[in-house]
Design a protein around this ligand. Structure first.
Ligand SMILES: [Zn+2]
Length: 250
């Protein structure tokens, strides 16, 4: 179930049996000369939608732009400053709290969002406590990157030879290709073949100096939609279980 494709009556019905919702978050930022700018949100939403099917869960609207300051030296990258992102996430979650949602699982495609997501959760807890006092709802928020789980890591190593978490990894580019054929770009010869795994960088100009074609710890040239399909299924099974446990944990 996708919230934006439900009527308000359907959401009301859903809330009679569940207080859980999944929210996909990503970014609009360069992903090497071969990966589309929307790679992270295509990954997060494709997996979130599949989890929604497997776990009969509501999936909220995708947040397609994130905190990507360090990618701003590449054309097309967009960023939201952390303070804005924190406020945005807080307001979106509180809107849903108003209607009775209490469990928020954010499936995230972009590591740059993590600190702000956790800060937003803290703001949500504070607002709910101050607003509700002793009767405050038991709101709980959790975020996980789609690729940071043992089955996805293992499958990425098996199918691509590399970790899923590199920037413009074959894993994430494959998932984006599976999500939409329009995301399939001609493979480009990468130099060096496998980008450095040194994640050290500071501002956006420094990032581009260190990672000239935008990659970190990756080579997306072997990406295929079939690899993406398998990664989506594996991650979705993991997150369906995680979501059920999250709802059951009292
Ligand atoms: Zn990415």
């Amino acid at each position: 179930m996708r919230l934006h494709q439900c009527t308000y009556t359907e959401v009301g019905e859903y809330l009679k049996s569940s207080v859980g919702i999944i929210i996909p978050t990503g970014s609009t930022e360069q992903h090497s000369p071969m990966g589309v700018l929307g790679t992270d949100h295509f990954c997060a939403e494709t997996i979130a939608w599949r989890v929604g099917e497997l776990a009969s869960a509501m999936v909220g609207p995708s947040l397609t732009v994130g905190v990507s300051e360090h990618h701003m030296a590449f054309p097309g990258s967009m960023t939201i400053r952390p303070s804005t992102y924190i406020a945005l996430i807080r307001d979106l979650i509180l809107s849903l709290v108003d209607h009775g949602f209490e469990r928020f699982l954010v499936i995230n495609g972009h590591g740059g969002n993590t600190a702000s997501l956790n800060a937003a959760f803290s703001e949500v807890y504070g607002e709910v406590r101050r607003g509700g006092g002793a009767n405050a709802p038991d709101v709980r928020c959790k975020t996980m990157k789609w690729f940071q789980n043992p089955p996805s890591e293992a499958l990425s190593l098996e199918l691509t030879g590399h970790p899923a978490g590199g920037h413009a990894s074959a894993a994430e580019v494959s998932v984006a290709q599976f999500a939409d054929p329009a995301n399939i770009k001609k493979p480009t010869k990468m130099e060096p073949e496998f980008a450095s795994d040194d994640h050290t960088f500071y501002n956006s100009a420094d990032f581009r100096r260190r990672f000239a074609d935008g990659r970190i710890e990756s080579n997306p040239t072997g990406s295929t939609p079939e690899i993406g399909r398998q990664l989506v299924e594996t991650a979705a099974l993991f997150f369906a279980e995680t979501y059920r446990d999250f709802l059951a944990d009292s």
